[in-house]
Ligand binder design. Structure first.
Ligand code: OGA
Ligand code: MN
Length: 321
């Protein structure tokens, strides 16, 4: 069913300590599962980036539809005090960070047209591009370019419906997925929606690479699992990063103050980053027919998504959700 590959002697060995599980079953060919390879404490950086930095403008998020740029300018600053006192005051209104469902990076995915376009692009974060390109290269995809990212922010009652990621124009490039915080169940199905899926756990730090045949398989996240001992963090997130990081490290140190906010958030949440190459090397976006272009121009910007249509859905069972 699977074989293990040791990457510790490759360039990525300096970034991470890992063994990947290559799934060789014919119906999942190209699916690579890397159980948490992050060095102790290094996940803190990525969690902090998702909550504090990548959630900022010019990146696009679900809150933009209903709020002004000024109001969504600094979700972190507006939410951090709420989160620090989360335990003390459970009945308080939800902070903006807790209302964040998704952020797009690079070529911003348009949820309505299901397309990326040349004219809706902002620079892709360089640290995440570096991480992605190293992971892709270690999996045999030299030259992978991180061009688009979708970050999903899950609460314990969030689910991600069954879908295929096919909007990217070059499917020979892998899709990378990084998970942090509470564990989730991942279902990896077939080319058709009705094929029986394989279920697996995704724990904090785990990386999945969907390449080859598995690149266009249906998948879903039906459940985020609450921590077993009340609201707690997975133990791999308990160790802080080393006080002195290597000089050329991509990860920065994360202050205890920042980490306390992240930790409070993650006790009841999961964050997933997916990174995609959209265009083949040297490819341009195809020209759209005239009519399409006209319809695409709006004064509101590109994102017409609200929570109802959101990629990550909140269960409707909870009356105060
Ligand atoms: C996606 C996706 C999976 C996850 O964003 O396309 O499939 O684990 N995410 O959240
Ligand atoms: Mn997906």
């Amino acid at each position: 069913m699977h074989t293990e590959q040791d990457f510790s002697r490759s360039a990525v060995g300096e970034l991470m300590d890992w063994k990947a599980i290559l799934v060789s079953a014919a119906d999942l060919q190209g699916f690579i599962f890397i159980p948490n390879p992050f060095l102790p404490g290094y996940q803190w950086h990525w969690v902090k980036q998702c909550l504090k930095l990548y959630s900022q403008k010019p990146n696009v998020c679900n809150l933009d539809k209903h709020m002004t740029k000024e109001d969504t300018q600094d979700l972190w600053e507006q939410s951090k005090e709420f989160l620090r006192y989360k335990e003390v005051n459970k009945r308080r209104p939800r902070s903006l960070l807790e209302k964040l469902r998704w952020v797009t990076l690079g070529y911003h995915y348009n949820w309505d047209s299901k397309k990326y376009s040349a004219d809706h692009y902002t620079p892709f974060p360089s640290d995440l591009a570096f991480l992605s390109e190293q992971v892709a290269a270690a999996c045999g995809f030299q030259g992978f370019q991180a061009e688009a990212g979708i970050l999903n922010y899950y609460r314990l009652d969030s689910t991600l419906g069954i879908h295929v990621d096919k909007s990217e124009l070059d499917h020979s490039k892998p899709l990378l997925s990084f998970s942090f915080g509470q564990s989730a169940i991942f279902l990896l199905g077939g080319l058709k929606r009705d094929e029986a899926p394989t279920a697996m756990f995704m724990h904090s730090g785990d990386i999945m690479v969907m390449s080859g045949f598995s690149r266009l398989l249906n998948h879903a996240v039906p459940k985020v699992l609450p921590s077993s001992q009340g609201e707690s963090l997975p133990c791999c997130l308990e160790t802080p990063p080393p006080a002195v990081l290597p000089r050329d490290a991509v990860v920065e140190c994360c202050s205890m103050e920042d980490w306390q906010v992240c930790a409070s958030y993650l006790k009841t949440a999961r964050v997933n980053m997916t990174v995609r190459q959209v265009l083949a090397t040297d490819q341009d976006f195809p020209l759209e027919p005239m009519e399409e272009n006209k319809r695409g121009i709006t004064t509101e910007g590109y994102c017409h998504l609200d929570d109802e249509k959101s990629h990550v859905k909140r269960a409707r069972l909870n009356p105060d959700s």
